[in-house]
Ligand binder design. Structure first.
Ligand code: GDP
Length: 295
């Protein structure tokens, strides 16, 4: 198994004991360990480098008190910096509008459909909302069926028009349907592709324009590591989304994508997916994520 960054820092900092202050020279090896660990956790190279430089600035000149282990001091600096970069405590979803409209964006397989269900379930249970799920994936009939299965599990209706090949029209009709049937939240699940593709981007941009969502959420698989950054940037450039959903954190990834995405798009991570079940949803906690990245 990997040695955790905590352990590595403890080790490389034993040298420092009794040296008084952290200096350029005695910190070099430790910073290398920090960077290596971030790369192991799938943080993007440039971001890992910038991050390490920032940690260095914070650490230089700090007194290494004899009472505190220097390794622990360094771990704390790295941890706090990570947590700070990933944002404050979780931010809410904007539910303004009658109905409130939430648009999902992301690549195929990222977990949009699953998360749409989880969010609908959460809003229903916790906020006593009456959500409507909308199937806007017009390319894969299986996607509509999948959303219906999800809807049945949580007892939330699904709006779909299997014969209609116009995502904008379906979304508009779904909003009308929601208004007529007393739904106060509409969650629109869109088509994804395996990679960024101009047609897909044009389509989701057109859906956004037509329905003017109160919240656009970008869903990304935390296991995709470095690629997640490019995908996030492309979607954000196009949609200027409001928040990020990081899925599949129950897998064995260290979750470095969280840091990379946050740095590149400067948007909060709002929820994390921790399993396939409808209950497997957590609010994002930067401090916990920092612990995870540190290993
Ligand atoms: P979509 O194509 O973006 O709609 O993605 P799906 O919602 O269909 O998810 C793709 C696969 O990932 C499915 O098999 C889901 O069950 C699975 N999945 C989604 N979220 C999670 C999660 O948080 N953890 C795990 N382990 N699997 C997930």
């Amino acid at each position: 198994m990997f040695e955790s960054l905590n352990e590595k820092l403890e080790k490389s900092f034993k040298i420092l004991k009794g040296q008084g202050k952290i200096t350029e020279i005695n910190i070099a090896e430790t910073l290398k360990e920090v960077r290596r660990s971030l790369l192991d956790a799938d943080v993007n190279f440039k971001i890992a480098k910038d991050f390490t430089n920032r940690v260095k600035e914070k650490a230089l000149g700090q007194e290494v008190l004899t009472a505190v282990k220097p390794g622990q001091l360094m771990v704390k600096i790295v941890h706090d910096e990570l947590a700070q970069l990933m944002g404050g405590e979780a931010e809410n979803i904007n539910l303004q509008g009658e109905p409130a409209i939430i648009l999902m964006a992301g690549l195929q397989g990222s977990g949009k459909t699953t998360f749409s269900g989880k969010l609908a379930n959460r809003l229903k249970q916790k906020e006593k909302k009456n959500p409507l799920l909308v199937a806007c994936d017009i390319y894969r009939p299986a996607a509509i069926d999948q959303l219906k299965v999800v809807g049945e599990q949580i007892n939330v209706p699904v709006y779909a028009e299997p014969e209609n090949k116009n995502a904008v029209k379906i979304a508009e009709a779904a909003i009308k349907h929601a208004k007529a049937n007393g739904h106060d939240v509409v969650i629109v699940d869109t088509a994804g592709r395996l990679a960024i593709d101009q047609d897909m981007m044009d389509e989701i941009a057109a859906v956004k324009k037509a329905i003017n969502p109160s919240e656009i959420l970008f869903v990304v698989d935390s296991m995709t590591g470095q690629d997640a950054v490019n995908t996030a940037k492309a979607f954000n450039d196009l949609l200027n989304f409001d928040g990020v959903i990081l899925t599949k954190l129950d897998g064995d990834t260290r979750g470095g994508a969280a840091l990379s995405i946050r740095e590149v798009v400067q948007k909060p991570i709002k929820f994390v997916g921790t399993g396939e079940k409808m209950e497997a949803l957590d609010v994002f906690h930067p401090s916990r994520m920092a612990d995870r990245i540190l290993g």
